[in-house]
Design a protein around this ligand. Structure first.
Ligand SMILES: *Cc1c(COP(=O)(O)O)cnc(C)c1O
Length: 443
């Protein structure tokens, strides 16, 4: 059945009262019957086309939701409890020669293991290793390489990752270079004898370019034993499973969609090679950037609704991206789910659709960007993404302020580029908010 937002886009009178407990069958009305507050309403055919545009992607993995609900539980182990308890003990009784697998709170914790078990299965991996933050995951993964080794990073990525690579990892004697990885020829040129790791993010942030994971894996593996790490924070394993396409490590900031409730900072790495899993568990213990058992419990709880949340983020962001595309003040919408996105075909091959984060450009400048962002009433002007609430921000002055200006301009991170993260509110309310904000900025 059509949702109220769809009906609004289809031109139906905006009336919520009829939906409450009513069995009435909702028919899309004539296009002339438009009385809602959103003036750039799409026409019916266009919306139907948009539904078509959502097809052609990979089907979400069969059994994913069941895995999200059941993995990591082990009622027999916990007196029948279907929710694994929060084990706070840092100390575990043992004999001189034997232990249960749990020795000390930093090296392993049963609540953390339950979460790691579920994460490994969601990505089709053999092992998952969790960390105190996404950047703690990145720092630990980068410690797989040694002084004198070389890491290639894609040039358009999370500002904090870029800062870590430029200002810290580089200082420790690891060579880091940045390359445009949308072209595998370009990437191949950047590979050196000492290259040990390639770090990519797809889609990229905040320009939303899509990189072909399978192609990149093929290219770098032809040069030898180079690890491919994919930061999959923007899509989660529900929409993209990097290990299926030849990545060695799927990395996450769990602080975003994976937890989805904007109340936890955590990171994770998922691998499909047991040796690599062991190395990362060793580094997790040896470097010590581990998450707390309470946070692990909360993230396990959040994962139960991951498929539901991602489906809604995907749908809402698609409708809003199309609405923006029609807006007279919008010059460009950077959303991989749109058929005119330059890498839309790759996106269809390797994802089950796009999440709620995307960017757009308008025809104004910095003044209009600020006016739009400050006028929002439902969207919150804030960094971060992937939570239940809609957020908007200005990458040039906020999340990507630490990227050197020359690089920012080369990537197109300009003053009129706004990044949004579509939350789980009613689509109608988000469209109305966008419209009034544009009206304030462009009187
Ligand atoms: C937030 C984010 C990170 C960093 O994660 P933290 O949990 O904030 O440390 C890394 N990559 C991407 C794509 C992110 O959005």
């Amino acid at each position: 059945m059509l949702s109220s937002s769809w009906n609004m886009l289809l031109g139906r009178k905006h009336d919520r009262s009829g939906f409450c407990g009513s069995k009435e069958i909702i028919k899309p009305c004539e296009a002339s019957d438009v009385s809602c507050h959103v003036s750039y309403t799409l026409k019916k055919e266009e919306v139907l086309n948009s539904v078509m545009a959502d097809q052609g992607f990979l089907k979400p993995k069969r059994g994913f939701a069941t895995t999200a609900v059941h993995s990591g539980k082990d009622p027999e182990k916990w007196s029948g409890a279907v929710v694994p308890p929060i084990v706070t003990s840092t100390v575990y009784k043992r004999t001189v020669h034997n232990h249960t697998g749990y020795v000390y709170g930093r090296s392993a914790n049963p609540t953390r293991s339950a979460l790691e078990d579920c994460l490994a299965k969601l990505d089709g991996g053999t092992d998952a290793i969790t960390f105190a933050s996404g950047l703690a995951a990145t720092t630990t993964i980068a410690s797989l390489v040694s002084k004198g080794d070389h890491i290639i990073s894609s040039d358009d990525l999370y500002g904090g990752t870029s800062r870590l690579f430029r200002d810290i990892i580089g200082r420790l004697g690891v060579e880091v270079s940045f390359a445009d990885c949308t072209s595998s020829e370009n990437l191949a040129k950047a590979i050196q004898k000492n290259t040990k790791m390639v770090w990519i993010e797809t889609p990229t942030n905040p320009i939303l370019r899509v990189l072909d994971i399978a192609d990149i894996s093929k290219v770098i593996k032809s040069f030898g034993d180079i690890l491919l790490v994919v930061d999959n924070t923007f899509l989660t394993p529900y929409l993209q499973r990097p290990l299926d396409f030849g990545a060695d490590i799927a990395m996450y900031s769990m602080s975003k969609y994976m937890n989805g409730h904007s109340d936890i900072v955590m990171g994770a790495a998922v691998v499909k090679d047991e040796e690599l899993g062991k190395k990362l568990h060793f580094l997790q213990k040896a470097m010590g950037a581990v998450p707390s058992p309470i946070d692990c419990y909360l993230v396990s709880r959040s994962l139960k609704t991951l498929p539901l949340r991602m489906e809604q983020h995907k749908k809402s962001s698609m409708v809003i991206a199309q609405w923006l595309q029609k807006h007279p003040k919008v010059t460009e919408v950077l959303h991989p789910g749109l058929p005119n996105h330059p890498q839309h075909e790759i996106c269809k091959r390797q994802t089950s659709g796009h999440s709620g984060v995307f960017s757009f450009k308008h025809c104004g400048g910095i003044k209009e960007s600020e006016a739009i962002l400050h006028a929002f009433k439902v969207f919150t002007l804030a960094e971060s993404l992937g939570g239940f609430e809609s957020l908007a921000q200005l990458p040039a002055l906020m999340t990507h302020a630490s990227v050197p200006e020359e690089q920012r301009l080369k990537l197109g991170i300009s003053d009129e580029l706004i990044r949004i993260s579509i939350g789980l509110e009613d689509i109608d309310d988000l469209l109305e908010d966008l419209e009034q904000a544009f009206n304030v900025a462009f009187p």
